[in-house]
Design a protein around this ligand. Structure first.
Ligand code: C2O
Length: 541
């Protein structure tokens, strides 16, 4: 194993897109930011210096941070932010992981421009479990707003409604010819006829799940969330924010110029999302340079079947042994709420949807970040910042039949809280994630820090333990699961990585609205004390 050093200077940079110039926050002036390369089991050391007036943290999305939760990055969960002028050095080992990951800021909406790829190669030149591609290419999907991101977040939270859609969807930061002033702002992948390419796809967008497709070409998924999968061939894939996919594509069509297209999956009020797609070119070397491109056919914005097809196709490469005896079954409703109150709240404090405030919750608890990180509070035994009473089920609001609520969706109310769930070391956990949204129009890409989990089941409607189908043979091992709109997903993991771990929806506006909670996983001795101590330069609040 070796050690990889990186220097991240968080700084603003002036960019011009869509006929407009503005300052965006970047790492080293790059958008997307620099790629972090490593090999399985390497140590990665990144010195982050904050040269902006904003608060910054960096999260290493999908890296499980084995025994190194101090370096995980979510602000006010595992650390206080790196303040203006300060620096902090992240230092962790990529234990037993390889594949496509990414890093991103984990404070307010900074992630929108502060993100980049992490590519971890297998150790000792172990080959991929598929025919070696001729070349690899990174494809990062993003969203671009003309307005300042922090202003949009702030305005959205103050006004109480949904945020505006992005002004452009982007491919490696380029919107492509569908957008104003962007005829030449197009990403182009030049390919040699007959060769096969490995595309490392990352959805780094803030708020939008995206379809991805290349005109007339098949995509073969071989890896999801940094774990190999059984090769699955399809013409379209879908990635939620926070998801990564590796796909193979062969340049096996007539020489020409084909479009790579990206457009949103929004299963409800779709009007404002129609007819927008980012375009890049999949260009055969030898094609006429000014030839027009062949457009890709993308599913309709509300095509749930296309999404299910991709989900059904994700299977772990090899058989796995998922535990069958569950120690802790946690049922979590996830959804958007239209009233920030519950039945005991005085009526005058409850607002109806139209002039009310949108919020989001898990088990009807809207997560509030504390002002000191939960990890620090737990470690130093500082009282009063959080409670340990996150419920195993939304029992206050639901009647139960056969271990599952019988009257969902019922999703209009929530309470604020900073509630955590404490897990004993080694607990075999199953989470049933029930999407109860009555007003939402997308899946909830639920991401867990510190772990990957087996996606053992999912379906439409309400979870019913009597009829739910489970796959304990070859479920995919993921860190972000798109819980279907109006449906559910079941995931399993063994709580064997002590620390404080955030679980949240990776759609940032949902996170801003409180769609998250925190697990505290004890170590074998029942506390966190034998964990490596907090680094001396850990930022304070
Ligand atoms: Cu990429 Cu907490 O997320």
């Amino acid at each position: 194993e070796s050690t990889r050093f990186y220097d991240f200077k968080v700084q603003t940079k002036r960019v011009t897109k869509l006929c407009n110039s503005k300052d965006i926050v970047t790492v080293n002036g790059m958008y997307p930011g620099p790629v972090v390369y490593a090999q399985e089991d390497d140590r990665i050391i990144v010195k982050v210096t904050n040269k902006t007036p904003f608060n910054v943290t960096i999260h290493w999305h999908g890296i499980r941070q084995r025994l190194s939760c101090w370096y995980d990055g979510p602000s006010f969960i595992t650390q206080c932010p790196i303040q203006a002028g300060q620096s902090f050095t992240y230092n962790f080992t990529v234990v037993n992981q390889k594949g496509t990951f990414f890093w991103h800021a984990h404070v307010s909406w900074l992630r929108g421009t502060v993100h980049g790829a992490m590519i971890v190669y297998p150790k000792n030149r172990v080959p991929f479990p598929f025919k070696a591609p001729y070349q690899e290419q990174l494809i990062i999907l993003g969203e671009y707003w003309l307005q300042d991101l922090q202003q949009i977040e702030h305005a959205t939270l103050v006004n109480g409604g949904a945020p505006p859609p992005a002004d452009a969807y982007t491919i490696n930061s380029h919107p492509g010819p569908n957008y104003n002033c962007s005829i030449n702002d197009v990403y182009q992948l030049n390919v040699i006829p007959g060769r096969t390419y490995l595309l490392r796809l990352i959805n780094a967008g803030l708020n939008t799940e995206n379809f991805f497709s290349i005109a007339n070409h098949n995509l073969t998924i071989v890896e999801a969330d940094g774990e190999y999968t059984k090769p699955f061939t399809t013409d379209t894939v879908m990635l939620g924010p926070g998801q990564t996919l590796n796909v193979l594509v062969s340049a096996d069509r007539p020489v020409g110029k084909y479009s790579i297209a990206v457009a949103p999956y929004k299963s409800g009020r779709i009007v404002k999302y129609q007819n927008v797609s980012a375009i890049a070119y999949f260009n055969y070397i030898g094609a006429e340079s000014n030839s027009s491109y062949l457009p890709a056919k993308l599913p309709k914005p509300d095509d749930k079947l296309a999404v299910k097809t991709v989900m059904d196709g994700l299977r772990s490469l090899n058989q796995v042994s998922v535990f069958k005896e569950i120690d802790k079954n946690i049922f979590i409703t996830i959804g958007l709420n239209v009233k920030k109150c519950h039945s005991k709240t005085p009526k005058q404090n409850c607002q109806a949807m139209n002039n009310g405030v949108l919020t989001a919750s898990m088990n009807n608890i809207s997560f509030v970040h504390p002002h000191i990180s939960i990890l620090e509070a737990y470690y130093k035994k500082i009282n009063g910042l959080y409670t340990e009473d996150f419920p195993d089920a939304p029992s206050k609001f639901y009647d139960f039949v056969n271990g599952a609520p019988n009257n969902i969706p019922y999703d209009t109310e929530s309470l604020n809280g900073t509630r955590t769930k404490v897990l004993e070391y080694g607990t075999k956990v199953q989470l049933i994630l029930q999407n109860t949204g009555t007003v939402n129009i997308e899946n909830h890409p639920i991401h867990i820090h510190g772990y990957s989990f087996y996606v053992v089941g999912y379906g439409t409607g309400n979870y019913n333990p009597l009829t739910a189908q489970f796959n304990l043979v070859d479920p995919p091992y993921m860190n972000t699961i798109g819980v279907p709109v109006g449906g559910w997903a079941a995931v399993r993991f063994v709580a064997d990585n002590p620390g404080v771990w955030y679980m949240h929806c990776h759609i940032d506006i949902h996170q801003s609205w409180g769609l998250g909670m925190v697990f505290i996983v004890k170590n074998g001795k029942g506390d966190l004390e034998s964990l490596p101590h907090p680094p001396p330069d850990l930022p304070t609040c």
